[in-house]
Unconditional design. Structure first.
Length: 277
């Protein structure tokens, strides 16, 4: 997905599916075939405990109140991180933007990729509990790993596109790749890609083995921000062609920016790394 900068709901679907597989009941796993995740809150880092409130309803269920931002591909079901754990909100139609539906009001946000992203306002919204605070932490880790993995694919695809271009584009009778300044810049892009790859694989392995992975995830998230800088270099090496909407590089740049925003940017990750070490 990342290597082709495809604007599809793979990220939200995979994370929600893995979260339900880990923490959901058999009935929830059987019933929910497509969902998204609502983790971010305004003015708070992704790793901060959620302040969206969950309280018991009279019928033994739960209701949620709060605001979630940067919810990717909002659809029929949403996994919501709240102060009492991870909750499932169902019954929303596709395209929930506009008037409140079952206590949920969705407002579209701008995304650099053009993908649907929303702010969700929950007002005593009926919900079903999936798991406790450990499910919130686990889903956040899955989300960070998935975003970083997709960003690694984005940078790999942009690097492939750029190396192909500088091999064939000629100036002053020589291929761009023959100029030392160009080779040094494309080498920096390669190094950024390798650093992100190593961080992603380390974090994914530790998650898969049930080992502590917060430091590795924070490093991977930081290198997602560095990938955006590498995309700037790819744009520069392409010249004006990199900004042409009929040429695919702009999709890679937009997706890298979007993924970095989902994690909160490089500065937020440096703060997190400093707190963890």
């Amino acid at each position: 997905v990342g290597a082709r900068a495809a604007a599809v709901p793979a990220l939200a679907t995979l994370v929600s599916t893995l979260a339900l597989a880990r923490y959901g009941t058999p009935d929830q796993q059987r019933r929910v075939t497509r969902a998204t995740v609502a983790l971010r809150e305004p003015g708070r880092a992704l790793t901060d405990p959620p302040v969206t409130g969950a309280s018991g309803a009279g019928d033994g269920g739960w209701v949620l109140s709060g605001r979630k931002v940067s919810v990717p591909h909002p659809g029929v079901a949403v996994l919501v991180a709240a102060d009492e754990g991870l909750f499932l909100v169902e019954g929303l139609p596709d395209g929930v933007f506009g008037a409140a539906v079952r206590g949920v009001e969705a407002t579209p946000e701008f995304a650099s990729t053009g993908e649907p992203v929303a702010t969700l306002v929950l007002d005593r919204t009926a919900a079903e509990r999936v798991g406790g605070p450990e499910a919130v932490d686990g889903t956040r880790r899955l989300f960070m790993a998935a975003v970083a993995a997709q960003a690694a694919g984005v940078l790999a695809g942009a690097l492939e596109l750029t190396t192909s271009y500088i091999r064939t584009r000629r100036q002053f009778g020589r291929a761009l790749a023959e100029f030392q300044a160009v080779t040094m810049q494309i080498a920096d892009v390669y190094i950024a890609g390798r650093a992100l790859d190593v961080a992603v694989w380390s974090a994914a392995w530790r998650l898969g083995e049930g080992m502590p992975a917060d430091q590795d995830l924070a490093l991977a998230a930081y290198h997602v921000g560095e990938a955006v800088k590498a995309l700037h270099t790819c744009q520069h090496l392409h010249g004006g062609l990199g900004l042409d909407v009929t040429y695919p590089l702009h999709r890679y740049f937009a997706q890298a920016k979007h993924l970095s925003h989902l994690l909160g940017g490089a500065d937020a990750q440096l703060d997190l790394i400093g707190a963890l070490v």
